[in-house]
Each structure stands twice: as structure tokens, then as C-alpha cells.
Design a protein around this ligand. Structure first.
Ligand code: FAD
Length: 476
């Protein structure tokens, strides 16, 4: 059958039978879900824009169980959909048709933490925030932080190569993930769970699975390098009246704050409106067209505060900043961060959200937001721009009261062509999932996509792992 809304045809996988369910009940007693009410939450994505029709959810507890599930599914030609916290924003985490959902929710044990090296090894289903809380007790933190931290799993984070709020300081998961354990489509267990920082023996296979969105294997365990928790954290929220000034402040912050700069986040006035309107958050600053949130973290409070005040003095007296506030106390820091972190949540209350997560050269960063406002006019309820400016990553979100195909046709492919023309990426950190897989050519050459398809064919010859996602259909 065909998925009408998305115009995609079900591939020739087998359908789940009562014999299959009996097999899984024998393999995973108590961890096989067929109750439609419980399945509903796993069939619908966080944005509530995609709905699958899976009738079977499996919650394995061990790598061995994942291996047996995949061996069986591969032999029966049953398609599967790996799922972590189901917070993905590109429709990769939910089935398109009746794929079996394999959730890591019951694989949430910490295997080991070495406080000398800072290497944490844990199962894939650990919730990011739980890992961070565990580490904080030992004066460490996770090297990544996302607005979805209370639900997302570390396995999902690695599978999407999640970026987030700390990337500016600690780099991407491609650097901090030291090892992975992965179950391949045929059930083979690939143990690359190294905790070494340096290991140049052959190809670095774990990199294949980072950002593969569950299309090449199911990640079952992760080892990751964690930084020390900084005892001194300061946050400044600054209001600016032009985007050019923001770029000047960014340059100044890199030079004057240097090694203590840990976040440089951007939001425009529409974001402030949406969080104040729907979440009743309070904006402590006067109204300006743009805001930036700067975080510093370091080991010496006096030293950091001195650096930060010199920096603030410079940007205020030179007229780069129109208004500003600084927080050193935890509750105030959290309140300032909420203005940035809760934008995604506030937008969902606003209507149907067309989400774009793009990388752009900094000079062009906000141009596309203005361009889109002019192009869409009153047809869009809101066009907002925010994101990880320090990483060149803009979240462009457009809202309409309900889904509107004509509005979508005015946005795409125009937006993707614009991004390609300005040498950006159509997906900076959310991945391609189901919604954006056919747009890959705006950011990757045909030869590169062809090589990806060949790699997929080698690792998953029957294509059972997360079909319809990440890569366009294979053509010779
Ligand atoms: P899921 O959504 O369950 O799955 C995501 C993809 O990974 C799917 O394709 C799934 O099949 C695959 N997958 C999941 N687990 C595994 C596994 N163990 N093995 C193989 N494949 C697997 N993202 C960012 O990068 N930066 C942000 O700042 C950010 N902020 C967010 C804020 C909010 C409020 C929300 C709702 C989302 C945000 N996201 C952000 C997106 C999302 O949280 C991330 O993509 C996250 O890494 C997904 O993790 P998850 O466990 O929820 O994975």
C-alpha cells in the first residue's frame, strides 16, 4: 500500500504474523508490546507530524536480545525501526508503515565510569539528562546538552550525531565518542567499544554509525569522553539592534573570552514573542530585534568574572549592545537559558511548524529569515530564526495555523536552492530522517550519495533497517 500524504510505496517486506509474535514472546517475555494504546505513542513523532502503523514494539534488555531480534527479522525479511527517546525532528524515529519498533528504553545501565580519564561507558537507552546528573555527582558533565535531554537517549544522540548547546566548546560526537557496540542487520555484534583516545588501527568503523540514523545498525552501547564540570558558570543575555553587530560581538567574544566561552546562542524577536506568549516566560530586557545568550564556564570564578566584565564593558561602551543582563546564580541562569531552550516547545503551541535546521556562512545567517518573511508575507503566521550561531547553525521555523501544502510549496525547494547556492547544508544537526532524505542532493554530490547507498547495501543487503529514511531509493 501507499502512504498517501507522503506519496511513498511500501517495499516488499513480510508482514508480522502471529507466529512472529509468538517467537518474540518466547525471546523477550514481558517486553513485547502489541497493545494499540501503548503503541500509539511510539508510532507518532514528537512534532506529531508523522504517524506510522506498527503493530509491534519490542523492548530488548540486552545486546544479545537485539542480536537475536535482528537475526530473526533479517531471515524473515521483516523491516525494523530503531527508536530511542523519539524526540527526533525529521520523522526518522517512527515507522512509515508497519515496521517493527525496536526501542532501547530498557537498555539504560551505566557500565563504567573512569574518573581519571573521564570516559563513560553505558548502554544506548540511557537518558541524556540522567547521564549528566550521574556525572555531575562526580564533578563531570556530558559533552553535549540538548533541549530534549529529559527524554532523548544517548544511542539516539549518537545515531543523529546530535549537536546542541555545548558543541562550540566540546566539539561534535564524532570527536567525543570513543567507542560503540553495534548490532548489524544480520544480528552480528560489532564490538568497537574502545575507550582509547588514540587508536589508528585501520578504518574507524564507529564513525559509520554516528549520524547513520539507524540505517546501518542498532547501537547498543557507547563510550564517550566527558569533560570536568566547570565550577564557575556565568550567562549573559544581550539585546542588539542589528545582525552585523552580533557578528562583531561574536568576534569580540572569541578574542576576549577565549577558552571560557562555552555557548553563543542566537534568537530573534519573534522567538522572544513566542516563548513569552505560549510559555509565559519573562524577558528581562527591553525589546530589540535580536538577542544573544553567551555562556562562560571555567575553573576560577574571579578570573572568569573579570574576563566577562571586561568583555561586557567593551561591547556596551562601543554601542554593539543595546541592553543586557548577567546571571551567576543557578536559578537565574536557568531562567535565561529557558528563553533559548524552550523555543522549540513554544512553537508547537503556535500551530503547524515547518522546521529547517541549516548550516550557513555566518554573513548569510539571518538573511534567509528576512527573505522568507518577505516571500511568505501574511500566509505564514510566524517566521522565526534562532540557533547555535557559534556553530553556524540556524533553526529557521515557519508556522501556519494548520498544515498548508501551498505554503510548503512556497518554501521548498526555494529554501534548499538558496542554501545550496550559498554553500550551506540543508541539515546541520537533525539529520535527514524520512522528511528530508530526498533533499540530500542539495548538500551532497551524486557520487557521494551513490557511495552511501553502496555502503548501505553491503551492511544491510535486504534493507530492513529503518527503510524509507536518510537515503533516497537506490538507483544503479
Ligand atoms: P529518536 O528520536 O528516537 O531517533 C532518532 C533517529 O535515530 C531515528 O532515525 C532512529 O531510528 C535512530 N536511533 C535511535 N536510537 C538508535 C539506536 N540505539 N541505534 C540506531 N539508531 C537509533 N537535536 C540536536 O542535534 N541539537 C539540539 O539542540 C536539539 N534540540 C532539541 C530540542 C527539542 C525540544 C527537541 C524535541 C529535539 C531536539 N533535537 C536536537 C532533536 C533530537 O532531540 C535529537 O536528534 C536526539 O539526538 C534524538 O535522540 P532520541 O533518543 O530521541 O532518538
Amino acid at each position: 500500500f501507499t502512504h498517501v500524504r507522503y506519496n511513498v510505496q511500501r517495499l516488499g517486506f513480510a508482514a508480522v504474523t502471529t507466529e512472529d509474535i509468538a517467537f518474540f514472546n518466547g525471546l523477550l517475555p514481558g517486553s513485547v508490546v502489541t497493545d494499540p494504546d501503548i503503541l500509539e505513542a511510539s508510532n507518532v513523532d514528537w512534532l506529531r507530524t508523522m504517524r506510522g502503523r506498527s503493530q509491534l514494539l519490542l523492548r530488548p534488555r540486552t545486546t544479545e536480545e537485539v542480536s537475536q531480534i535482528l537475526r530473526y527479522c533479517n531471515s524473515r525479511n521483516l523491516a525494523v525501526n530503531p527508536q530511542g527517546g523519539n524526540t527526533g525532528l525529521v520523522g526518522g524515529s517512527v515507522p512509515v508503515f508497519d515496521e517493527i519498533i525496536i526501542s532501547t528504553v530498557q537498555m539504560d545501565n551505566i557500565i563504567n565510569f573512569n574518573s581519571t580519564t573521564g570516559v563513560l561507558t553505558c548502554e544506548a537507552g540511557c537518558i541524556l539528562e540522567n547521564l549528566n546528573n550521574y556525572l555531575e555527582e562526580q564533578d563531570f558533565i556530558m559533552p553535549l546538552d540538548l533541549g530534549s535531554k529529559g527524554s532523548c537517549h544517548i544511542g539516539g544522540n549518537v545515531s543523529t550525531n546530535a549537536g546542541g548547546l555545548r558543541l562550540l566548546r566540546y566539539g561534535s560526537l564524532r570527536g567525543t565518542v570513543l567507542g560503540l557496540e553495534v548490532v548489524l542487520a544480520d544480528g552480528a555484534i560489532l564490538n568497537c567499544l574502545s575507550s582509547l583516545r588514540k587508536d589508528n588501527t585501520g578504518y574507524d568503523l564507529k564513525q559509520l554509525f554516528i549520524g547513520a540514523e539507524g540505517t546501518l545498525g542498532i547501537i547498543t552501547a557507547v563510550s564517550i569522553l566527558c569533560p570536568r564540570k566547570s565550577p564557575a558558570v556565568n550567562v549573559a543575555l544581550l539585546g542588539c539592534d542589528s545582525f552585523e553587530k552580533i557578528l562583531d560581538i561574536f568576534k569580540e567574544s572569541k578574542s576576549m573570552l577565549g577558552e571560557i566561552l562555552s555557548a553563543f546562542e542566537f534568537l530573534d524577536y519573534s522567538c522572544r514573542e513566542v516563548v513569552c506568549e505560549h510559555l509565559k516566560l519573562r524577558n528581562p530586557l527591553q525589546e530589540t530585534p535580536f538577542y544573544i545568550l553567551i555562556e562562560t564556564s571555567g575553573s576560577n570564578d574571579d578570573h572568569d568574572q573579570e574576563k566577562l566584565s571586561h568583555f561586557l564593558e567593551k561591547v556596551m561602551t562601543s554601542g554593539l549592545v543595546a541592553d543586557g543582563t548577567v546571571a551567576t546564580e543557578e536559578n537565574k541562569i536557568k531562567a535565561l537559558w529557558a528563553l533559548r531552550e524552550r523555543i522549540t516547545e513554544a512553537l508547537v503551541h503556535d500551530g503547524f511548524v515547518y522546521k529547517y535546521d541549516i548550516s550557513l556562512p555566518l554573513e548569510r545567517f539571518h538573511e534567509i529569515v528576512i527573505d522568507m518573511r518577505n516571500r511568505l508575507g501574511v500566509r505564514a503566521k510566524r517566521v522565526v530564526g534562532y540557533g547555535h550561531l557559534g556553530d553556524g547553525n540556524l533553526h529557521l521555523n515557519i508556522v501556519s495555523p494548520a498544515f498548508d501544502q501551498q505554503l510548503l510549496d512556497s518554501i521548498e525547494p526555494y529554501l534548499y536552492e538558496w542554501i545550496a547556492q550559498h554553500c550551506g547544508s540543508i541539515s546541520a544537526e537533525h539529520g535527514l530522517g524520512f522528511k528530508k532524505k530526498n533533499c540530500i542532493y542539495f548538500s551532497k554530490s551524486r557520487a557521494a550519495v551513490h557511495m552511501m547507498q553502496q555502503m548501505k547495501a553491503i551492511l544491510d543487503p535486504k534493507g530492513i533497517l529503518n527503510p524509507y529514511k536518510t537515503l533516497p531509493a537506490f538507483t544503479q
